[in-house]
Unconditional design. Structure first.
Length: 414
């Protein structure tokens, strides 16, 4: 579908959807547990549905009643499973080691940009530990064999998702393991989130510093314990409305945990840094390091378009292999409506503008590009049409419903 957004302001209150990152983790931990868990306050989306389907394919029983997911853990893993990850990188990378730890021969399928996203660290490390890959640089591919414990060496600057996948899987192995990072761990708050969820479900993981590098020490023969839990709101989704507020709207953003370990809570620090809370009407420029907050980059680019001077977003090279090449995608989107954004290999340079001029934006099948464009359109002189706006279904299916309820003027076609 295409959505045309008219200039204006938003006002009212919004309950932010549950954290997609926490939802993935809680549902996987529940599916690996002995007994029955209830995971509540889950916002259904295409990505979450992919993880639910995957855990069911491996032997869990999951029933859904609105935002409440009742999960009966895997008592007897299936011998084989077809796991359709759709376009969810979390589903793919979290569950390759999990399937192997359970001894499941699994075929992984996916679409969109997902088949292009690398799994090289798994192939290199897991192939030494009892797992065979039938992989030709795309999907579908298959894994077989049973994961063995031991030492796993992982680069920290590719994706924390590889660490999370092994953190879920290695406690199930017959002996102790260690994950050693060979470079600085980028997006560490996501690994912290994983450790937090594991702890809640009875799994012990210990961080250590060995020879100057971060390591995770994991005892084998652990058992996940069923737990009822509620998923907190998602700061990466809240960032769209926080940015709208900085640009003139007045939205009361609810369903957030002020003590959250989510890295995307950084949006509040950035807004404070540029003077939003000083009510001066002028937003100072900023330089943001995207190393730990890659999901904030598109909306931060919108924010930077209205600061007093040039801003930069650095440490962003990994965004080139998301649902889209997000550096190019957000630059093209904003430039198409009168922005001034330059994309480089690992950074963005944003020259502020007085306002956008309206026009047409390619959503690039990327939920965060679509939602960022919608917020940008509020500060345009003319309507902005966003192509492929259905991409919001990946993480925030009700985004445009909430947008309209808050007074946003939109027209849906196609």
């Amino acid at each position: 579908m295409n959505v045309t957004v008219y200039p204006g302001k938003l006002s009212g209150s919004v309950d932010i959807p549950s954290s997609k990152s926490f939802s993935h983790r809680c549902l996987i931990a529940a599916a690996l547990s002995d007994g029955v868990s209830v995971v509540s306050n889950v916002t259904n989306s295409v990505d979450i549905a992919a993880t639910v389907s995957a855990m069911t394919a491996m032997g869990a029983e999951i029933s859904v009643n609105g935002s409440e997911y009742t999960v009966k853990g895997i008592a007897s893993p299936k011998e084989s499973a077809v796991i359709d990850c759709c376009e969810s990188g979390s589903t793919l990378r979290f569950l390759i080691p999990v399937a192997s730890a359970l001894g499941i021969s699994a075929e992984f399928r996916g679409r969109g940009k997902l088949p292009e996203r690398p799994i090289t660290p798994y192939i290199r490390e897991m192939s030494k530990k009892g797992v065979a890959f039938d992989y030709e640089n795309t999907m579908p591919f298959s894994v077989s064999g049973k994961l063995c414990p031991g030492e796993y060496l992982l680069e920290g600057d590719i994706s924390s998702q590889f660490i999370t996948g092994l953190l879920f899987a290695l406690p199930l192995c017959a002996g102790d393991s260690v994950i050693k990072l060979t470079s600085r761990l980028e997006s560490k708050p996501y690994a912290d989130m994983t450790v937090s969820v594991l702890r809640d479900f009875g799994i012990s993981v210990r961080e250590a510093n060995i020879d100057g590098q971060l390591c995770y020490l994991i005892r084998g023969n652990q058992r996940y314990k069923a737990k009822n839990c509620a998923v907190e709101g998602d700061f990466s989704q809240a960032a769209f409305f926080f940015t709208a507020n900085a640009l003139g709207s007045s939205v009361d953003v609810k369903n957030l945990n002020k003590n959250s370990v989510q890295g995307d809570k950084k949006i509040l620090e950035i807004l404070d840094e540029i003077g939003y809370n000083k009510n001066s009407g002028v937003l100072g420029s900023f330089t943001a390091d995207a190393t730990d907050i890659p999901d904030l980059v598109p909306i931060l680019t919108v924010l930077a378009s209205f600061t007093s001077e040039k801003s930069e977003i650095v440490g962003a090279k990994r965004l080139k292999i998301k649902e889209s090449d997000r550096l190019t995608a957000i630059a093209n989107a904003l430039n198409a409506i009168g922005g001034n954004v330059r994309a480089f290999e690992d950074r963005l340079e944003i020259i502020p503008v007085k306002g956008f001029k309206g026009g047409t934006v390619d959503g690039c099948n990327d939920h965060r590009i679509v939602m960022s464009a919608a917020i940008a359109a509020l500060r345009a002189d003319a309507p902005v049409t966003i192509l492929g706006a259905e991409a919001v279904n990946k993480s925030y299916p009700t985004f445009f419903d909430d947008f309209a309820r808050l007074g946003g003027k939109i027209e849906i076609t196609g």
